[in-house]
Write a protein that binds this ligand. Structure first.
Ligand code: TMP
Length: 371
């Protein structure tokens, strides 16, 4: 570790450092990144139970790195840049939104207790919850109204955190199943970049997820520490072993998919030239003086049928290839201001695809409203 580093924050399980000279690559990268160090310290029940899990820092760093990498490749933006060793990773600078997003597939922990469900009972539907990140208050469960009242996040940011969390559940649930791990539930934290983009931050590890063995339902996560079940270190190491083996399978599959990509039509590989049309309007809750002026003028001209007018922006893009996800990202990062504006877009192929192939415009037509 570099002595010239500045410690920015120390939490219960991690330390965030500003990178020392030369640690984070070129100057511009250093200015946009932090270093996260994962500790072996363990706490539970709002810090009332304290201990140490030997090797936990290493396991949590490496498991998080592998899972962040998988998510990035599946199109989920995360703060992960690269590992800097066994216990440290370089991450993009973000301001953490003080909301914990918990996704649950099976009743366990506080949900089982709160709703009187048996631990292990499958949930008919995925459950998503928000908790207010506040040690003094003991991280209380909150809903969207509380989130708005406390001004913790704007509505589109909440929508985005929820939709990313559900997508992450789909991606991780399937990938971990292949490693013999059942994803029972997990907690995510998101952050805002300096351009206002909401991306996944914090960690994804046996500290923040419940992993049960797919065959035996043995607990392989922090519940072993919380509930004094023994073999805590072994469980953490086992998760790292399984996720590492899984990551190798995921990589091989990705290579295979790329290699066979040549057999698929160009548009299916997203290589078809395309046009995008982006519509940006002020949110209905935001005052629109230009719209009000036009409305007045139309009425003055005798168009009494006009009930209201909202003025927005219409943007056209010519694209080298068809990629709705990238257009969505452009909207969020630049074309619209998600705090005060809604957006909607259409991506259509610039020329018709070859006869017999499905129209690529159909599945990629619209999206992104109010993300
Ligand atoms: P819970 O059942 O105790 O509410 O926990 C739900 C999930 O959130 C579980 O996978 C563990 C994770 N979690 C954290 O990451 N940090 C916490 O402080 C708590 C209470 C839970």
């Amino acid at each position: 570790m570099d002595d010239s580093r500045r410690k920015l924050y120390e939490g219960k399980a991690k330390i965030v450092w500003e990178a020392g000279p030369g640690e984070a690559g070129p100057g511009a990268e250093a200015a946009r990144t932090y270093i996260v160090e994962y500790k072996d310290d363990a706490t539970a029940f709002d810090g009332k139970k304290r201990g140490r899990i030997g090797g936990k820092g290493r396991v949590n760093n490496l498991v998080s790195a592998l899972l962040f990498d998988l998510l990035e490749r599946e199109g989920v933006p995360t703060h992960f840049v690269r590992t800097l060793g066994d216990r440290e990773m370089l991450v993009r600078r973000v301001k953490i939104i003080p909301v914990e997003v918990v996704v649950r597939n099976v009743a366990a922990g506080s949900l089982a207790k709160r709703l009187g469900l048996e631990e292990g009972a499958p949930l008919a539907r995925t459950v998503l919850e928000h908790y207010y990140k506040s040690d003094e208050l003991g991280d209380p469960l909150i809903n969207r109204y509380h989130l708005r009242t406390l001004d913790l996040a704007a509505d589109p940011e909440i929508d985005r955190m929820e939709s990313l969390a559900l997508r992450i559940n789909d991606i991780l649930g399937g990938a971990l199943e292949e490693c013999g791990l059942r994803l029972i539930d997990f907690k995510l934290e998101f952050g805002r970049t300096d351009t206002g983009e909401v991306i996944l931050a914090d960690e994804i590890s046996p500290d923040t997820c419940r992993f049960w063995d797919t065959e035996t339902n043995e607990k392989l996560d922090k519940d072993r520490f919380r509930r004094d079940l023994g073999d805590v270190e072994e469980a953490y190491e086992e998760v790292l072993r399984r996720v590492t083996a899984g990551a190798e399978k995921w990589r091989v599959r990705r290579r295979g998919a790329r290699a066979s990509g040549g057999e698929r039509p160009a548009h299916a590989r997203g290589e078809w030239p395309a046009h995008a049309r982006v519509f940006v309007t002020l949110k209905s809750t935001v005052l629109d003086p230009q719209g009000a002026a036009v409305e007045n003028a139309l009425r003055t001209l005798g168009y009494d049928e006009v009930k209201s007018v909202r003025v927005g922006k219409f943007i056209t893009l010519e694209l080298t290839h068809l990629s709705p996800e990238r257009v969505d990202e452009m909207c969020r990062r630049l074309l619209a201001n998600p705090v005060i504006e809604d957006y909607r877009f259409e991506v259509v192929p610039a020329t018709a695809p070859p006869a017999g192939s499905p129209p690529p415009g159909a599945p990629t037509g619209t999206g992104g409203k109010g993300q």
